[in-house]
Design a binder for this molecule. Structure first.
Ligand SMILES: Cc1ncc(COP(=O)(O)O)c(C=O)c1O
Length: 352
């Protein structure tokens, strides 16, 4: 607190990102990064990008990247918005599309950045409880919502909603914006991007941080009706005209152009998740069904905070949220097979 601060600053509750500890030999299963590196074609594009051209500003409109994403999803560049990670895309969406007279609705167990954006932009919101099995019921969102946002699969539960339920919501709430945050969709769900042409109230946000192994490059994007995209562009161009630097634009294009690598990396993550879930269940954990690159698990007899601390002593870090309803869960990112094996071995020692 300082007398020099604008008054709003003291009222903010900033998001706390997962730790990035500087410990060697760490098994890092806490921030849902991809355990496999980016495509070699991305690395080659980034090397090429380290050139004299860096003296010039990048393309403010990222036309080539938008065209690449549009082609990939069979849409037009006017349907695409790009930003510095999906967190930035979401931030712009909150201001551009989700601030209305009636409250914004999102699940009570959800991405913890959403209430932070509401605090920053002074957006009234209602946290809608997920059920006792941590499922979102979209019928709960009809009443009085000014707009709706939810992740699919949900984070941190990993639970997935099907497109039929989503399409029914879009139809019922045809006069309100629905934003679907698909940070993890490539690990087991069908993207709502398929619904964009039919529903002008739908904005789908995705990231290259997870399934395309590029958390360090900071590229996210949104897909929706051109009128929604225009609102995002207006906010973006009132904030930072150049959110994506030259290497990020070129690296992201290369990532979309290496479909084989993408398919292989995500299949490996899904395969590891499947056996890890079974091993955790054998150790006595309740594991929520996950369509993401993480699992959400609790042990009926052991305190989650203590388990996380015991894992940490063995140089394995997972995420533990000290929040109502989920403080007995661990969120475990899917690592390489070797990392998942190290986790299972450590847990069986701790539980013995
Ligand atoms: C649900 C959800 N949305 C968005 C993001 C942001 O991803 P990024 O800013 O790396 O694109 C995350 C990151 O963990 C997430 O869990």
């Amino acid at each position: 607190m300082s007398k020099f601060w604008s008054p709003v600053v003291a009222r903010l509750t900033p998001y706390v990102p997962g730790e990035q500890p500087k410990i060697t030999n760490l098994v890092k299963l806490n921030t849902n990064e991809n355990p496999y590196g980016p495509s070699p074609k991305v690395l080659a594009a980034l090397k090429d990008a380290a050139s004299d051209h860096l003296r010039l500003y990048p393309d403010a409109n990222a036309d080539d990247l938008k065209a690449t994403i549009a082609r990939y999803h069979d849409l037009t560049p006017a349907h695409v918005f790009v930003g510095n990670g999906s967190d930035e895309v979401l931030a712009h969406a909150f201001l551009a599309l989700l601030k209305h007279d009636r409250p914004l609705c999102f699940p009570d167990i959800s991405y913890s950045f959403y209430p932070v954006y509401c605090g920053l932009y002074d957006i009234d919101y209602r946290a809608v409880p997920v059920d006792e099995a941590y499922r979102i019921d979209l019928n709960d969102y009809d009443d009085g919502a000014g707009a709706v946002i939810f992740p699919n699969p949900n984070a941190p539960t990993g639970r997935l909603l099907g497109l039929a339920d989503i399409e029914a919501l879009l139809t019922r709430l045809h006069d309100r914006v629905v934003v679907i945050d698909e940070a993890y969709i490539d690990f087991g769900g069908d993207s709502a991007i398929a619904l964009v042409r039919r529903h002008p109230n739908l904005l789908v946000v995705q990231t290259l941080s997870k399934s395309r192994s590029l958390a360090g490059l900071r590229v996210g994007f949104a897909v929706g009706h051109p009128e929604l995209i225009e609102a995002l562009e207006r906010v973006k161009n009132s904030f930072n005209s150049y959110p994506l630097d030259r290497p990020a634009q070129l690296g992201a294009i290369a990532a979309f152009e290496d479909e084989a690598y993408f398919q292989e990396a995500r299949a490996k993550v899904i395969a590891s998740r499947e056996w890890l879930v079974e091993d955790l269940k054998e150790l006595g954990f309740d594991v929520l069904p996950s369509a993401a690159n993480f699992v959400f698990a609790r042990h009926p007899q052991r305190d989650a905070g203590e388990l996380a601390a015991a894992l940490r002593q063995r140089v394995i870090i997972v995420r533990h949220f000290k929040l109502p309803r989920i403080d007995q869960f661990l969120r475990i990112s899917i690592g390489t097979d070797a990392e998942c094996e190290a986790l299972v071995k450590a847990l069986s020692e701790i539980l013995a």
